[in-house]
Write a protein that binds this ligand. Structure first.
Ligand code: PMV
Length: 329
C-alpha cells in the first residue's frame, strides 16, 4: 500500500490559461509543453489503516490546511475508484523552489497520480493517468509524459477526451532550456484564481480562446519540422498573449518583476546578434529561455550578465513520469 514516483516539471510553449469546467478542471484551451530533465518531484504515498487523516509533507514541512485539503480531495478521487477509505501520508520533495512559477503543481500531481495509482492497485493506463493528474492541476497531465506533450481540451459528452498525448519523446530533438531565477518568493496569485478572474473580467478572453486553435496547429508543425525559429517565435508570442490577457483582467495580474523584463529584452538582443534564443514566462517571475544545444553555453553566459538574475538552471528534455519503488505492507 505504499509507492514512490518521480515526475518532471514541464513548461508550456503554447500556454494554457482558463478553465471550461472548474470542478472537473477542464482546460478551456489546449496546450503544448516540453518536459524538463533537471526539475522534478519525488512523491511517496502510503495508505494505512493506522492513519486518522491524510498528511501532506512538502519539502520536509507539514503543509498548511489549504494544500492538505487540495491533496485530500485529489486522493478522494483515487479512493473512490479503488473503493477504499484508507487515509494516506504523502511525502513530496521538489528539487527546485516551490510556488514561484516553476510548475511544482505539474510535477507534484503527476507524481502523486502515479504513486496513488500503484499504491491502490488502480491499474490506470498512462492516458488515464493524464486525466487523473489533470484533476489535480491542468498542467500536471502533461508531466505524465516526457519530451513534447500536448494537452487536449476534449469536447465529447463525458470529457473522456480531455487528456494529454506525447507528440515526440525527449530524444527526438535535444532542445535546451535555461531558467533565469529572478525571485525566490512564492507567487501571490495562484493560477486557478488568476484564470478565474481573467475569464470573468478580461475583454480579451474570447479572442484568446479563438486564437489558440491555430497556435496549437502551428506549434505541431514547427515540432514536426524541427523548425526552431518558428517554435521559438510561437512560444514567445503565446507567452506574451497569455500575460497580455492576464494584465487586462481586473485589477491586472502582473506576474513579472523588473528582472523578468530585463531578461526578456536581453533575449531579444541576443537574437539581434544572431544568437537564437526565445523566452517564455508562466504565472511567476522566472524566465525560461529556450535554445538549441550549440547555442546553450553562449546564451547562459549572456543571461548571467543580466541585472537581477539570481541563478540560472540549465536543463534538457526529460522523460516520462515513473514509479521508482513500491511496498506491500
Ligand atoms: O496547471 P496550473 O493550474 O498550475 O496552470 C498552469 C498555467 C501556466 O503554467 C501559466 C501555463 C501552462 O500551460 O502551464
Amino acid at each position: 500500500m505504499e509507492a514512490t514516483a518521480i515526475a518532471h516539471t514541464n513548461i508550456a510553449l503554447i500556454k494554457y490559461w482558463g478553465k471550461k469546467d472548474e470542478k472537473l478542471n477542464l482546460p478551456a484551451v489546449g496546450s503544448i509543453s516540453i518536459t524538463l530533465k533537471q526539475l522534478f518531484t519525488q512523491t511517496k504515498v502510503r495508505f494505512s489503516e493506522k492513519l486518522q487523516q491524510d498528511f501532506f509533507i512538502l519539502n520536509g514541512l507539514e503543509s498548511g490546511e489549504d494544500q492538505r485539503s487540495r491533496v485530500s480531495r485529489f486522493l478522494d478521487l483515487n479512493r473512490e475508484i479503488a473503493g477504499s477509505s484508507l487515509f494516506a501520508e504523502v511525502i513530496s520533495n521538489n528539487n527546485f523552489p516551490t510556488g514561484a512559477g516553476l510548475a511544482s503543481s505539474a510535477s507534484g500531481f503527476a507524481a502523486l497520480s502515479l504513486a496513488a495509482n500503484k499504491a491502490l492497485g488502480l491499474n490506470l493506463s498512462q492516458r488515464e493517468l493524464t486525466i487523473m493528474a489533470r484533476r489535480g492541476s491542468g498542467s500536471a497531465a502533461r508531466s505524465v509524459y516526457g519530451g513534447f506533450v500536448e494537452m487536449k481540451t476534449g469536447g465529447n459528452e463525458t470529457n473522456s477526451d480531455a487528456y494529454a498525448v506525447q507528440i515526440a519523446d525527449e530524444s527526438y530533438w535535444p532542445l535546451k532550456m535555461l531558467i533565469a531565477i529572478t525571485s525566490d518568493a512564492e507567487k501571490k496569485i495562484g493560477s486557478t484564481d488568476g484564470m478565474k478572474v481573467t475569464a470573468k473580467t478580461s475583454p480579451y478572453y474570447s479572442a484568446w480562446l479563438a486564437s489558440s486553435v491555430n497556435d496549437l496547429a502551428e506549434m505541431r508543425t514547427a515540432i514536426a519540422r524541427k523548425d526552431f525559429k518558428k517554435l521559438g517565435a510561437l512560444a514567445e508570442n503565446s507567452c506574451l498573449k497569455m500575460h497580455g490577457l492576464a494584465l487586462s483582467a481586473k485589477s491586472g495580474l502582473i506576474y513579472w518583476n523588473g528582472a523578468t523584463l530585463n531578461v526578456m529584452h536581453a533575449v531579444r538582443e541576443m537574437r539581434k546578434n544572431n544568437l537564437q534564443a526565445y523566452f517564455t514566462v508562466d504565472a511567476g517571475p522566472q524566465v525560461k529561455v529556450i535554445c538549441e544545444e550549440p547555442a546553450a553555453a553562449a546564451v547562459k553566459e549572456e543571461l548571467a550578465k543580466v541585472d537581477g538574475v539570481m541563478e540560472i538552471i540549465f536543463t534538457g528534455l526529460g522523460p516520462d513520469a515513473k514509479i521508482i519503488g513500491e511496498e506491500e505492507n
